[in-house]
Design a protein around this ligand. Structure first.
Ligand code: F6P
Length: 551
């Protein structure tokens, strides 16, 4: 059986980690004036500069060998062609088919899936145009003004992030709200400001079985009927994006208003499907297609470019260098772009739910690190929150800086400050500061920053639907490449099923049967139980306030 850490290339990288341990990134530039040109590349509207990474030419060459000696070429072909690579759920992985703007058929179980993808895309077009034009009206004939997406995880994070990122493209008379948390405060805050007559609810759930989403959807329906009248037409205000049409219809959604997608689309990879309906409603179907086009172009690059010029592959390999050889536990995502402030949260699920695994595709425990802890916040805010640790702390944290070059008209001064701050930070992380020592980092003291801290800079010419699509596809493929090299299944998520099962057991057994749980859980349940009639889950009399809608 192949053992990654016993491979010649892996052991060569371990050797290189030793021999380059005292290298300074800045010296790589001194040694090679062409380093920036060599370690940067453009794909469409994206430009990646990875020259400030702690990677010598030899390290980079060996990392590329690691990819070449892996199953990447084969697994990549399998993914795009619909082979079953999600082995524990016995499914293909075909989010790329959703943006496959080429003509070729794509078969799953012998059946070409492109016609149903195109049919659903047409359903999205027709519906989004009807709502945006005012043709689609609510129960009393008024046009829709507010859209609430009820979903969680991949049924929230993708469309939420994209709608926020592309806010400047939004329909001027439509407002979008995203309800995900089961905490009633979330839905109550949103509903309290809305008019049921002009509100559209999208129940977004791949399985139509997620507790949080179903509870929120039922609360929304009850609020709707309480405030619009018991005979108001639920069917004119509730639609669904799901693989489970039967359950959606049982909830009260008309068959023609169920926007289907398929089991071979993973939740965290689903914003290109019907889950992306809020995006099409917000920016229009043409904008949604541009998002798909951007992703499609990144797909083509990923498929065709040699590894040494392949943006997702290079980002993946640099991440593996950080995680498996430099000892990084986390990956920071710092968008210097307020419109991308939800990108870190989206990438958290994409990366950590995909590669947060400890057994390989054969079920054997791995003897190497896998997915990192992904975190982050926008810059320049981060400079006033956690950059101190990144500059002078004891931890090794690689950073992806992300920004768009083109300023908004009238905001040139702000954008110039934003971009120069980002470039200054990336430079400072590498160079460090000098306070009395003969070279930065040579005599650490409270005033000096050791420097030699790694980062990449990813620049979008402009934040548009197309460049956003390319950016998301880039990270999807980076995660995929790392998963292939780690030989893990990036497309299942059995770890989250455990919590769901125990949550069910606890809520059923909050009563006397709680002795089945550990003493801590029993003690805590005793405290919780005091606030609810035994076992009902309903608040004790006088507990909880119902939110009343205006209008
Ligand atoms: O977090 C577990 C998970 O299954 C995610 O993979 C998924 O995006 C989320 O829950 C929501 O699932 P659903 O779309 O089926 O409601």
């Amino acid at each position: 059986m192949f053992q990654l850490t016993r491979s010649v290339t892996w052991q060569a990288l371990e050797g290189l980690q030793q021999t380059t341990a005292n290298d300074r990134i800045r010296d790589y530039f001194a040694a090679d004036p062409k380093r920036f040109e060599k370690m940067s590349l453009r794909v469409g509207g994206l430009f990646l500069d990875y020259s400030k990474q702690p990677v010598s030419d030899e390290v980079l060459e060996t990392l590329i060998e690691l990819a070449e000696h892996s199953a990447l070429v084969q697994r990549r072909a399998q993914m795009f062609s619909g082979d079953i690579i999600n082995v524990t759920e016995d499914r293909p992985v075909l989010h790329t088919a959703l943006r496959n703007l080429g003509q070729g058929p794509l078969k799953v179980d012998g059946k070409d899936v492109m016609p149903e993808i195109q049919r659903t895309r047409e359903q999205i077009r027709a519906f989004s145009e009807a709502v945006r034009s005012g043709e689609w009206t609510g129960f009393d004939g008024q046009r829709i003004k507010d859209v609430i997406n009820i979903g969680i995880g991949g049924s929230d994070l993708g469309p939420n992030m994209a709608c926020r990122a592309l806010l400047k493209y939004r329909h001027p008379e439509l407002s979008f709200h995203f309800v995900s948390n089961v905490d009633g405060a979330h839905i109550q805050k949103v509903l309290s400001r809305l008019d049921p007559a002009t509100t559209l609810f999208i129940v977004s759930t791949k399985t139509f079985s997620t507790q949080e989403t179903l509870l929120n959807a039922h609360t929304a329906r009850r609020w709707f009927l309480d405030n619009a009248g018991p005979d108001a037409d639920v069917g004119a205000h509730f639609i669904a994006a799901s693989t489970n049409k039967a359950a959606a219809m049982e909830f009260g959604i008309r068959e023609e208003n169920v926007f289907e997608f398929w089991a071979w689309v993973g939740g965290r990879y689903s914003m290109w499907s019907s889950i992306g309906l809020p995006i099409a409603l917000s920016i229009g179907f043409e904008g949604f297609m541009e998002l798909l086009e951007g992703a499609y172009e990144m797909d083509q690059h990923f498929l065709a470019a040699p590894f040494a010029e392949n943006m997702p592959v290079l980002m993946a390999l640099i991440g593996i260098w950080h995680i498996n050889f430099q000892g990084a536990e986390t990956q920071a995502i710092v968008p210097y772009d307020q419109a991308l402030h939800q990108l870190p949260a989206f990438l958290q699920q994409l990366d950590m739910e995909s590669n947060g695994k400890s057994v390989d595709i054969f079920g054997h425990p791995v003897d190497y690190k896998t997915g990192p802890i992904v975190w982050g916040q926008t810059g320049s805010n981060g400079q006033h929150a956690f950059f101190q640790l990144l500059h002078q702390g004891t931890r090794y944290v690689p950073i992806d800086f992300i920004a768009s070059l083109k300023p908004e008209p009238g905001m040139e001064e702000h954008h110039f400050a934003l971009l120069t701050n980002m470039l200054a930070q990336a430079n400072a992380f590498m160079e460090g500061s000098l306070k009395g020592g003969e070279g930065s980092g040579s005599r650490p003291d409270p005033y000096s920053c050791p420097g030699n801290r790694p980062s990449s800079v990813l620049l979008l010419d402009e934040l548009t639907p197309k460049t956003l699509g390319a950016l998301i596809a880039l990270y999807e493929h980076k995660v995929f490449v790392q998963g292939v090299i780690w030989n893990i299944n990036s497309f299942d998520q059995w770890g989250v099923q455990l919590g769901k099962r125990i949550a069910g057991e606890i809520s059923e057994r909050i009563d006397a049967h709680s002795q089945d749980f550990d003493a801590s859980t029993q003690g805590l349940l005793a405290l919780v139980r005091g606030h609810f009639p035994r076992g009902s889950g309903e608040p004790a009399p006088g507990g909880g306030k119902k939110g009343k809608a205006k209008g």
